[in-house]
Ligand binder design. Structure first.
Ligand SMILES: O=C(O)CCC(=O)C(=O)O
Ligand SMILES: [Fe+2]
Length: 583
């Protein structure tokens, strides 16, 4: 069987394996400095997958070397040498502590890594399967299940496009492998470049699409046939985007239904040819469900509205901005984007910001003056450094409130429970996965007494009336689009609505990842050990739509937070808290 494996083919396999191994960390990589950022959920998940793949690869190679006994001596020796070298490489690379987490903190690397795999592996897969016996074939088939698929690649490509869109990144810069002057493992190939152009196309992101195409063209050394074909393709797609955008703005009164996958919708083109734009009631009906179906599979919900579709206060409210319904979501999205960019040092001027936001720092003594001394001793970090961002609604940061050890414990206990997030969709009336957020979430059903104590101390609210602590872990590109945390009148559960949100930042994020309040013009950069508190409800218990907020996409690194939601029932005598000037 093995005489079919030529040395050069084996070499290729070994190279591939070595490259995979290079991406691998040893299993338990929590270092002594207490920085557990590198072992966060999504990251760990990817790494474990890579690790498993690599291990199986090594086993496979080992058995190849056994099987070659008896074949040509010289060839046999050469193979053994290569396998040995590859294994020692892999052991060495496993020792490169932090390498893998560092590697995937760059938004381009995962895309590049998966792209490489998808390109190189099929040749080997077919070969291995055709040249093996049944047992080996079963093993290989099992192994193949772990291997990256096209949807992995789509996922990471989309993350790149989302970042490009949100942070106005330059495609040429990205094509050279750089984000904020930090280089990925290599520049993009021409094919990868066009892949990203197509991803932008499918999300109807016209300017990103054009930007990519022009950058991709620069990768052709000279004008030749392929380039000409690409040009034609580009122009056709550009036309599709244009006609789609035109038909879209004609058929929709607001922009909530913007981007779609263009390619899948042949009939969409027919519709756009309907110059008169006349529609019977039936067609409208169809149009609406068509839009809702597309919204489900929408990769980037550019302006798709809020998680619960709450209306902002009616116009005429003099303190608050006065937006007409039709461009409200667009404006919110623009503010969201600009606020996210603040952290990256980009200039920001907005007329959306009401003058209520202010920043004041002071020391906040937990539980006012009435605390008893035992409690003070129990809490070494009292008084807390507080920073008021807004008084209406009340939004406050508390700095350095949580210790390294507690952060580590929270991250570790969250890790094993992380799942894809699901939110309530007012479109379907169900709790479901959604494109409006990415990352992973997990609930700590057994609680954590230390963080609960801290939470109670800084909020003066009753920790007995909270939801289980929620851990959220975002990798690069991970985000949460504008939404409100409260359920709202029609959906209030029996234990009351979400009175207050307390959000702990469990690690420092290299780039992006701010928590922003688009209608307040407020951006809070993530800061390890800090907590952000805000009240979601007016004093009459109704939801305050100005608490609309989002988690900006992580540009570099990763972001893990812990959320505690205080329910309104049981807090009757505790709110307003000591920070409220009207208390
Ligand atoms: O990630 C963030 O900064 C915000 C998270 C958030 O809003 C939520 O989990 O409800
Ligand atoms: Fe939220």
């Amino acid at each position: 069987v093995d005489s079919h494996v030529s040395n050069s083919e084996l070499m290729h396999l070994l190279n591939l394996q070595t490259r995979i191994a290079e991406r691998i960390l040893k299993e338990d990589d929590e270092d002594e400095t207490g920085d557990v950022q590198i072992s966060l959920g999504t990251i760990r998940h990817q790494r474990q997958r890579v690790h498993q793949i690599c291990k199986q690869f090594l086993d496979l190679l080992g058995s190849y070397s056994e099987q070659t006994n008896g074949s040509n001596k010289k060839e046999q020796k050469e193979r053994e040498r290569m396998i040995e070298e590859s294994q020692s490489n892999s052991i060495r690379t496993r020792g490169w502590l932090g390498l893998f987490s560092n590697y995937i903190s760059h938004p381009l690397n995962l895309f590049l890594m998966f792209s490489h795999w998808l390109e190189s592996f099929p040749v080997w897969r077919d070969y291995l399967i055709s040249s093996s016996n049944q047992t080996r074939r079963d093993e290989i088939t099992e192994m193949l299940e772990l291997f990256p698929t096209k949807s992995d690649l789509d996922h990471f490509a989309l993350a790149v496009i989302r970042l490009q869109h949100m942070y106005d990144l330059d495609a040429a810069e990205l094509a050279s492998g750089r984000v904020q002057n930090i280089s990925a493992s290599r520049p993009l190939t021409k094919e990868e470049c066009f892949f990203l152009a197509d991803t932008a196309f499918q999300s109807a992101l016209k300017s990103q699409f054009v930007d990519w195409y022009q950058s991709c063209e620069a990768l052709f050394v000279s004008f030749h046939v392929e380039q000409r074909a690409r040009r034609v393709d580009f122009e056709e797609k550009l036309e599709k985007i244009d006609s789609f955008l035109k038909s879209f703005s004609r058929t929709s009164t607001n922009l909530q239904r913007l981007p779609v996958k263009i390619e899948d919708k042949e009939d969409e083109e027919e519709r756009s040819d309907d110059v008169n734009g006349k529609r019977g009631p039936e067609e409208r009906e169809e149009d609406a469900s068509w839009a809702s179906v597309l919204r489900q599979k929408l990769p980037i919900n550019i302006v798709h509205g809020f998680a619960h579709h709450h209306e902002l206060p009616p116009s005429g409210d003099e303190v608050k901005p006065d937006w007409t319904n039709s461009d409200r979501t667009l404006k919110v999205f623009e503010a969201y984007k600009k606020l996210c960019q603040l952290r990256e040092g980009l200039e920001f001027e907005t007329s959306l910001v009401p003058s209520t936001s202010q920043e004041v720092c002071f020391f906040h003594h937990a539980n006012g003056e009435n605390r008893d001394t035992r409690q003070i001793r129990a809490s070494a970090i009292d008084p807390y450094k507080a920073e008021i961002h807004s008084t209406d609604p009340l939004i406050v940061s508390f700095h350095d409130v949580i210790s390294e050890r507690v952060m580590r414990e929270l991250i570790l206990s969250g890790e094993s429970r992380l799942e894809k997030p699901r939110s309530f969709s007012s479109l379907t009336g169900r709790v479901q996965e959604t494109a409006s957020r990415s990352g992973k979430v997990g609930f700590l059903t057994e609680g954590h007494s230390e963080i609960e104590q801290i939470a109670q101390a800084i909020t003066s609210l009753d920790i007995a009336h909270t939801e289980p602590i929620q851990i959220v872990s975002y990798g690069v590109g991970g985000h949460y689009e504008p939404h409100v945390d409260y359920f709202g009148e029609s959906l209030v559960p029996s234990d009351g609505d979400r009175l207050a949100t307390l959000l702990f930042y469990l690690n420092d994020v290299q780039g992006g990842g701010s928590t922003v309040f688009p209608t307040l013009g407020l951006a809070i950069p993530p800061r390890k050990g800090s907590a952000l508190l805000w009240y979601n409800l007016y004093k009459n218990g109704q939801g305050d739509p100005y608490t609309l907020h989002s988690g900006c996409p992580v540009l570099l690194g990763s972001k893990t937070i812990a959320n505690i939601w205080f329910r309104s029932h049981g807090q009757e005598f505790r709110r307003p808290c000591a920070l409220d000037p009207e208390a």
